[in-house]
Design a protein around this ligand. Structure first.
Ligand code: GLA
Length: 801
């Protein structure tokens, strides 16, 4: 809901979402002064008078804006668009230089208008060669305020867009710069959003990492100066994800003021958080300035991607649920938006490049008996692709490995009762490929120097329409050649030597190439997803090197990490969960010892962890024991029954100050939208004996309802107890002996059970006190045996009355 008041002092704009309010106004000098962003104000009388800056003099050696406004100091004023050169010494939102060499800017209010929906996106239409992600249509109320600002120095125009996603409690911000000046305009910086908050008592939480350890959560209290986050890899990056939070230092999962930020963009991005000289905090988000920098001819314009801002006074949990809802309802679109996602098996960790039809069919048959619904043929099926050194780019099926091509294999898999999907990595090629030999001019390379390769690959110049057309046709031919219902779209190298051989060899001609690449990718994806709306696309970039809202506009899910180790995945998936819903997160059960860590974790734990994402399997089923295969089948049945809750429910991280004993384990909970069903996963880290007894906090339930709570059955094996078994066994059972193996088969050890009925009110307030933990003093079914990396699953169902 957008309110515009024409007060005697000036226009005042108030943007309400269901639970938040954002407000700013036009000062007498024509600047947009930020007034408020926080909990929803149901009445706004006095907002302007109480929140506006009151200045009588410019402090000390600050700059007085003008003789007409001698008390106005832009460095002190909280603004919506900070500029360079007029006395605001904080980082500017825009930095440009006009044809006369003028580098100062002064953005002044000109006019405003309201638009239903997302507002005009002139340069952003889908289907064109370079496209910005177009947000999906949605039943939720969405409206947009456009403010036109004129640069009082350079004469250019800025269209500022505020989109209010009412039910998602999110504000979207973007900007379009139009060069209305008579000469060329050098754009050095154009950010998507600025937020000037009135104080600096915040902690900054960010998500950094690398390959196989994406989304590691870190925090730092703000102090004076500038903190910068962002990526330089050409992707949104596993080094730093565009998601970040700014929050009260003592914010928890359930309380405390918290701001969440993200960007609908998949290339180099940047966020700066700056504590100014006068104690305020300025947040800027957008494309990394040196990746967007360009020269605009008179009449030309430049658009930024959409920045996403949200606020919650319910701590991290509140922020996450806002961002999850926003992603589910406004970012992901198409037939798969709300459709439950299939349980898949992927061939990568089973066979790597060594695929052939017989092996694949054997894997598929075994997978089918477990209940798997989608068979995914990963790398190795095309060209001369026996390793990552060659063949990438040659999108013809390798007929030696798959006689007759993809079609007969896909049909046989369909005949088994499963869907068929493939892996592609269209954005690049090995130099040892027919594609590179035929079209070296299509690749980013600086002529005359030795190129730096990543995974033996070069990047295609996706900003070129010819490259996009070629890829569209190549992919269309593959998708038309066989019944393919899923595509894993990979991107395995970061950018270097970004130089377009077909663009003018001048600084201008080579400007903003990585940005053009990203827009070209969106253009291609927009064409492909329109041509094949039923295909489920899963993004991937060496795991999570491009896990962002831009890719999610085209691909409803993304492979979160190449690290499939359940213990590593707990931190990783927890990190993602701060900003991305489980319905976007690919998560697979793989073999042990795990291929990335060589760690051993129980199958039940691997399945529990993967179930809080989109469950898949990625291992050679021929190498699994009968009992493990049985457990996989049972788990897949369970997952199918509960996956709507797990994939599309409200997600809670079960951390609670009043339940400190949970610190050695991780609790995740998904609650159905009607709050009648819930699934809880509890995953042990390293176990310490004789701790205060564990209570499991529960969240999101309806206090008025009565729930049946049930822990899924667990069974231990005698060998779990090591030599302790011999302290109680009448017959000696030496380690690794046949006798022990036989005894294990004959005497499974039942684990603790838990089944109870309780009100939502009791469960929410008190949680559940679990059984006493094992400490070597005896074992029976009243003992909770959680060795390192153990896990439990609980389900809750509301009783009818
Ligand atoms: C990347 C992906 C993996 C797998 C391989 C295939 O590393 O992240 O999941 O698809 O490529 O080469």
């Amino acid at each position: 809901m957008i309110l515009i008041q024409n007060t005697p002092a000036g226009h005042c704009f108030t943007l309400h979402t269901e639970g938040t309010t954002y407000a700013f106004w036009v000062t007498e000098s024509g600047h947009l002064e930020h007034l408020y962003y926080g909990p929803r104000l149901h009445r706004i009388e006095g907002l302007l008078e109480t929140q506006r800056l009151k200045s009588a003099f410019g402090p000390g050696n600050t700059i007085a804006y003008s003789e007409d406004h001698p008390a106005l100091t832009l460095e002190v004023l909280p603004q919506e668009t900070g500029t360079r050169g007029k006395g605001d010494y904080r980082e500017p939102m825009v930095a440009t230089c006009d044809h006369l060499g003028r580098r100062s800017s002064d953005l002044l209010y000109c006019s405003h208008q309201l638009h239903p929906g997302l507002g005009p996106m002139p340069a952003l239409e889908p289907g064109q060669a370079l496209a910005m992600p177009h947000l999906g249509d949605t039943p939720d109320p969405v409206e947009t305020l456009e403010i036109l600002l004129k640069d009082g120095v350079q004469g250019t125009a800025y269209h500022l867009y505020y989109t209010v996603f009412y039910a998602a409690n999110t504000i979207g911000r973007r900007m379009v710069l139009e060069n209305t000046s008579p000469g060329p305009l050098i754009v050095e910086k154009l950010m998507s959003a600025q937020l000037d908050l009135p104080h600096s008592a915040f902690t900054l939480t960010h998500f950094t990492g690398a390959w196989a350890r994406e989304m590691q959560r870190g925090s730092m209290p703000l102090s004076g100066g500038l903190h910068q986050l962002g990526s330089t890899t050409g992707t949104s990056s596993n080094r730093t994800n565009p998601l970040f939070l700014l929050h009260a230092p003592k914010a928890t999962e359930t309380s405390g003021h918290c701001y969440g930020f993200n960007l609908v963009y998949s290339g180099n991005c940047q966020a700066t958080v700056e504590v100014g000289a006068f104690g305020s905090t300025r947040v800027l988000q957008g494309v990394r300035p040196d990746s967007l920098a360009t020269t605009l001819a008179p009449g030309a314009s430049l658009a930024t991607p959409l920045a996403v801002l949200t606020f919650s006074d319910q701590g991290f949990g509140g922020i996450s649920r806002h961002l999850h809802g926003f992603t589910r309802h406004h970012i992901v679109r198409g037939p798969w938006q709300y459709r439950v996602r299939p349980v898949l098996i992927n061939s990568w960790e089973a066979f790597y490049f060594d695929v052939n039809k017989d092996r694949l069919l054997q894997l598929a048959k075994r997978a089918k008996t477990l209940g798997v619904e989608l068979f995914v043929l990963d790398d190795g099926w095309f060209g001369n692709r026996d390793s990552d050194q060659r063949g990438l780019g040659d999108w013809q099926c390798n007929l030696k490995k798959l006689p007759g091509g993809l079609k007969p294999l896909a049909e046989q898999i369909n005949h088994l009762g499963m869907d068929f999907g493939i892996w592609v990595e269209p954005e690049m090629a090995n130099p040892d490929s027919d594609l590179y030999r035929a079209h070296p001019e299509w690749f980013f390379e600086i002529p005359g120097i030795r190129q730096s390769l990543g995974r033996h690959q070069l990047l295609l110049d996706l900003g070129l329409p010819a490259v996009q057309d070629y890829l569209f046709e190549a992919l269309r031919a593959i998708l038309d050649s066989a019944p393919i219902s899923y595509v894993k779209w990979d991107m395995n190298r970061n950018m270097t030597d970004v130089y377009s051989k077909l663009s003018p060899q001048t600084p201008e001609g080579q400007g903003a190439l990585s940005h053009r690449y990203v827009l070209g990718l969106y253009g291609l994806l927009s064409r492909l997803t329109q041509a094949f709306p039923q295909v489920l696309f899963e993004g991937c970039a060496s795991g999570g090197n491009r896990f962002d809202l831009g890719m999610l506009c085209y691909m409803p899910q993304i492979w979160a990490s190449d690290n499939t180790d359940a213990h590593s995945r707990v931190a990783l998936q927890t990190g993602y969960s701060l900003g991305y819903p489980p319905s976007t997160m690919g998560a697979h059960v793989s073999d042990v010892p795990n291929h990335q860590t060589l760690r051993l974790t129980p199958l039940a734990t691997r399945q529990t962890v993967a179930s809080f994402g989109l469950l898949g399997y990625e291992l050679n089923l021929a190498h699994q024991s009968v009992s493990d295969l049985k457990a996989m089948g049972a788990h897949i049945d369970f997952y199918k029954q509960w996956r709507r809750v797990l994939q599309f429910g409200d997600f809670y991280r079960l951390e609670a100050d009043d339940f400190p004993e949970l610190r050695e384990s991780t609790g995740w909970m998904s609650v159905s939208q009607d709050r009648r069903q819930a699934v809880v996963g509890l995953i042990q880290g390293l176990y310490t004996p004789n701790q205060p007894e564990l209570r499991l906090p529960l969240r999101g339930l309806n206090p008025e309802l009565i729930y049946r709570v049930r822990q899924l059955p667990v069974q231990h094996s005698l060998s779990t107890f090591g030599d302790l078994v011999n302290a109680v066994s009448p017959i000696k059972l030496p380690k690794d002996s046949l006798r022990l193996k036989l005894a294990e088969r004959l005497y499974p050890v039942p684990g603790e059970q838990l089944e109870l009925v309780a009100s939502g009110a009791v469960l929410l307030q008190g949680g559940i006190r679990l059984h006493q933990g094992f400490m070597g003093m005896g074992y029976n079914e009243q003992v909770r045996l959680y060795p390192d990396f153990a896990a439990r699953l609980f389900v809750l169902e509301a009783l009818d009355n």
